[in-house]
Design a protein around this ligand. Structure first.
Ligand code: AMP
Ligand code: MG
Length: 494
């Protein structure tokens, strides 16, 4: 006991004296620019995620009376100099040089688990990468990222986290003047597929090697122990992305703008722009107003992830092997692992949603039939699995049709043929089918009210989102949407 106490005291001591670091800036000066936040006359805290701060060992920040000033970039946090990262990206398939146009990394922090994370401010003013943008963000967009990212975390899906939203007290001009805000985001890192594209286009083999080594050491250090660390690294990134997309599919999450600059190498969901959760099932679900071709539709997320990974592989070619033909072969082999990994994980995920504890002949056919039925009827994705779990949860007429009854009967038949334990099966379903997803109508209403200083609904959504697998009776009204929104649209860059 004494030893444990001593270690705890020592960790607390380390946290107290710990400073932000910036190992990223020691890789190469072409990968970043030092920046300053825009001067803001009256930053005021809107939201602070005390639980996350606690988990991260940020007690000095929790106690600070200068929190709003620090988290809007107005007051220095230790001695590190904030920096914006350079990156490129394929946006809707087209290569562009980008970079943090409205974000700056305050520094890196070692959390109590020993993990290095970035602390980044989003919306703190222009940077050398802003192009024609103003570097700013609206309160509404930053609250939206805060809410959705925290809901994703509650759902158990790897994601960047949101620590705070600070109102800048300054206007942001979109179609009309809106209030500005800065979001503090915590990520394993902000290294993206697009960062590799940026490093590769500099055509400096030594830089690409150093950058790749840095990334492997930071995110996949186990690869350094293998015979071919860079190939192992690429395989790991492919696996993490495939598994991440399966998790998105499980809850009906549509990222909306899966450009290569919005795909994290660490396998976290990142850059919440026009994302939203699907209500009625449709593979073609698109919310983003600019995704007119459905490139990033719900059902296209896996092939697009694989496409993005092929872009990563292509950036890595010069360091994968000195023989360029062999490098292409290795890259192809790695990228080809995506489909089998994805398919296996997808089927396992669907079995869990259906409460099928063991693979059984006929389960794949049932998954196909269920998907086809949901596609045809546009039944609510989330509620469909509740209706399969328990007859008392068939709260919509569609769950009393002969077709649905047939699917439910077939599922029960498979479970009895497989001698599955009924209680365990229900528990499995409840662990994999959330009661709560942040439904669009509620999110919109909550944001609208929050920008007018009524935080009640926003806080309720945050609370439901922190325990989405629980049946919270006092928040049960949030488990369905007040109305279906067939033409719901989201907008990015807001
Ligand atoms: P996103 O689609 O939000 O991932 O952003 C794509 C690119 O546009 C990134 O390089 C962003 O930094 C940049 N960007 C987005 N909004 C702004 C803005 N208001 N000002 C400057 N740059 C922006
Ligand atoms: Mg982005």
């Amino acid at each position: 006991m004494c030893a444990i106490k001593a270690i705890q005291d020592f960790s607390a001591y380390l946290c107290a004296v710990q400073e932000l670091q910036s190992t990223y800036t020691s890789i190469d000066q072409r990968l970043f620019s030092h920046v300053h936040a825009l001067a803001m006359p009256a930053p005021a805290e809107f939201l602070f995620n005390a639980a996350l701060a606690e988990d991260m060992g940020l007690s000095s920040l929790i106690d600070s009376s200068h929190r709003a000033a620090i988290l809007s970039g107005q007051k220095n946090w230790g001695h590190t100099q904030p920096f914006a990262q350079a990156y490129a990206g394929h946006q809707f398939g087209h290569f562009t040089i980008l970079g943090d146009g409205r974000a700056l990394v305050l520094g890196e922090w070692i959390n109590p688990d020993g993990q290095r994370v970035d602390i980044q401010l989003k919306g703190a003013g222009p940077t050398p990468y802003s192009r024609r943008g103003d570097g700013l963000a609206t309160v509404s967009a930053m609250l939206r990222e805060y809410l959705i990212s925290e809901c994703m975390h509650g759902l158990g899906i790897p994601t960047t986290r949101s620590l705070a939203v600070v109102a800048t007290g300054m206007p942001v001009y979109r179609e009309e003047a809106k209030s500005g805000a800065v979001l503090t985001r915590i990520a394993k890192s902000h290294i993206r597929v697009g960062t590799f594209e940026y490093a590769a286009q500099l055509q400096d083999l030594d830089l690409l090697k150093r950058f790749t080594h840095y990334t492997i050491q930071r995110h996949y250090p186990q690869c350094l122990e293998t015979e071919h660390p860079i190939e192992s690294f690429l395989r790991e990134v492919v696996r993490h992305q495939a598994e991440l997309i399966v998790q998105w599919m499980r809850v009906g999450f549509v990222h909306g703008v899966m450009n290569t600059d919005n795909m994290s190498i660490a396998g976290e969901t990142i850059d919440y722009g026009p994302c939203a959760f699907m209500n009625g099932f449709d593979w073609g679900t698109v919310f983003s107003s600019i995704d007119t071709q459905g490139r990033y539709a719900y059902g296209r997320q896996a092939p697009i992830a694989q496409w993005n990974l092929a872009v990563l592989a292509s950036a890595l070619l010069p360091v994968l092997h000195s023989d360029s033909e062999r490098a292409v072969e290795i890259a192809r082999e790695c990228i080809n692992t995506f489909v089998p990994i994805y398919e296996e994980a997808y089927v396992a995920m669907m079995r869990n949603k259906l409460g099928l504890l063991n693979p059984i002949e006929g389960d794949l056919l049932l998954i196909d039939e269920l998907n086809a039925w949901m596609q045809q009827t546009h039944a609510d994705f989330t509620l469909t699995f509740h209706a399969l779990e328990d007859k008392s949860q068939r709260i919509q007429d569609i769950f009393y049709t002969a077709e649905f009854e047939a699917i439910a009967r077939q599922l029960n038949l498979l479970k009895s043929v497989g001698h599955e334990d009924a209680k365990e099966s229900v528990v499995r379903m409840q662990q994999h089918n959330p009661r709560f997803i942040p439904r669009n109508a509620w999110v919109e209403e909550a944001l609208e009210k929050a920008v007018h200083d009524d935080h009640t609904l926003f806080n309720q959504l945050l609370e439901a989102g922190s325990q989405p697998y629980e049946q919270l009776h006092y928040l049960a009204h949030l488990y369905t949407a007040p109305e279906d929104q067939p033409h719901y649209k989201t907008f990015c860059g807001t």
